[in-house]
Ligand binder design. Structure first.
Ligand code: FNR
Length: 371
């Protein structure tokens, strides 16, 4: 029986049952510098906490006595079918979490039929990610002062079968992430940029992240440049980093194919709102003309349900994927996605919703509803 308890203990310790437990495993697995890079946010990390806390202030209003024997969570994003409204957000430098990096993440995405957005700051080559699995992949782009470099990477992604371009619009400069500064976090050179741009920059504060961003990112980028992006690719374009109705309307005006309500996982502007608190107004502004996705603080199936009830077409998850990767590689990412899938399914059953279309505004109550 000693052996039984020993095994029981280790099974419990080894098999996380929710996303938050993966965060703890990742913390144990990673050097502090890398864990902090993944987990941290900007400045006071107010928005970092709020992204999660704001979800917890929303209640789910169930309907009972509904036949929920068959739950269908499938949807389509830009015409691409997916079994759940869960996507992998673009996050940089997966090789710091696991030696196989984004290749492992893409393999997990393929096994779950989950759409993966590959980061411009990927530590694996675009071509290697593309050839390692048949996951449906979108490509995230940062616009560099060297526009030719950004254009080249967009074209490489397009040539390698990526299906959409995600323009990250909230990063004219890098937010102040104090843990990275304290840890003197140094980014390894990005393979996709090899021979194109030097990552060897002078840093003032010990970490090279901010100095590299300042040297490369084009902070003159503006709405008129969407025309330039359209001119270099035939792929659909989504803008990531929209938090206001003003910007949602501008996105409609310039004619993009979708928007992502995001505060970059609270790594950019601290005290920007928790994404779930602005989703509904952005959705209203867009009037159903283009899909609205959301990321930031999604840690539970109930969070996904809430985002869908407030009008999101799908959600993206950032840190949970990286934590899964750090803890258990490809199988960790798979587990994170399958746990969220399972949680969403049970949430839908208990709330009386069989299909995603059944999830309505009346299935959630926000704090303002109650006033
Ligand atoms: C990011 N994010 C991000 N976004 C982007 O457009 N390009 C990028 O290269 C990165 N890199 C990146 C690295 C790390 C470590 C994190 C945590 C995040 C932001 C990401 O796409 C997404 O908006 C957030 O991660 C969503 O919040 P959660 O799910 O992490 O709470």
């Amino acid at each position: 029986s000693r052996r039984f308890w020993f095994r029981t203990y280790f099974c419990m310790a080894a098999e996380p049952t929710n996303v938050n437990e993966f965060q703890e495993l990742a913390r144990q697995a990673l050097p502090k510098m890398y864990y902090d890079y993944y987990a941290g946010g900007a400045e006071d990390q107010h928005t970092l906490k709020e992204n999660v806390a704001a979800f917890s202030r929303i209640n789910i209003m169930p309907r009972v006595l509904v036949d929920v024997s068959k739950i269908d969570m499938s949807t389509s994003i830009l015409g691409y079918k997916t079994p759940t409204p869960i996507m992998i957000a673009p996050t940089g430098l997966h090789k710091l979490a696991h030696p196989l990096g984004e290749v492992a993440t893409a393999k997990a995405a393929a096994e779950c039929n989950t759409i993966m957005v590959l980061s411009f700051s990927s530590s694996c080559r675009i071509e290697d990610v593309a050839s390692s699995s048949n996951a449906i992949r979108f490509y995230q782009v940062y616009v560099y002062r060297r526009r030719d470099v950004s254009a080249l990477l967009v074209k490489r992604a397009e040539r390698n079968g990526f299906k959409a371009i995600i323009l990250t619009a909230d990063t004219p400069r890098l937010g102040r992430r104090e843990a990275d500064i304290k840890n003197k976090m140094i980014s390894p050179p990005l393979q996709n940029l090899e021979g194109l741009i030097s990552t060897d920059v002078e840093s003032e504060n010990g970490s090279n992240l901010q100095a590299y961003a300042s040297a490369t990112l084009d902070d003159t980028l503006s709405w008129k440049d969407i025309a330039w992006l359209k001119s270099i690719t035939r792929l659909p374009i989504l803008i990531k980093g929209i938090l206001s109705t003003d910007d949602a309307i501008k996105a409609l005006e310039v004619g993009v194919d979708g928007i992502i309500v995001s505060n970059h996982g609270a790594r950019q502007l601290d005290y920007s709102p928790a994404t779930i608190t602005v989703l509904e107004e952005v959705v209203h502004a867009v009037q159903g003309k283009i899909p609205v996705l959301l990321d930031g603080g999604v840690r539970r199936g109930t969070d996904i349900f809430k985002a869908l009830a407030l009008g999101a077409k799908a959600v993206m998850i950032g840190r949970p994927v990286v934590f899964g990767l750090a803890a258990k590689g490809e199988s960790g990412v798979k587990k994170v996605i399958s746990m969220l899938k399972e949680e969403l399914e049970i949430t839908m059953a208990l709330a009386g919703c069989c299909r995603l279309e059944d999830i309505t505004r009346g299935h959630v109550r926000t704090q303002t509803d109650r006033l």
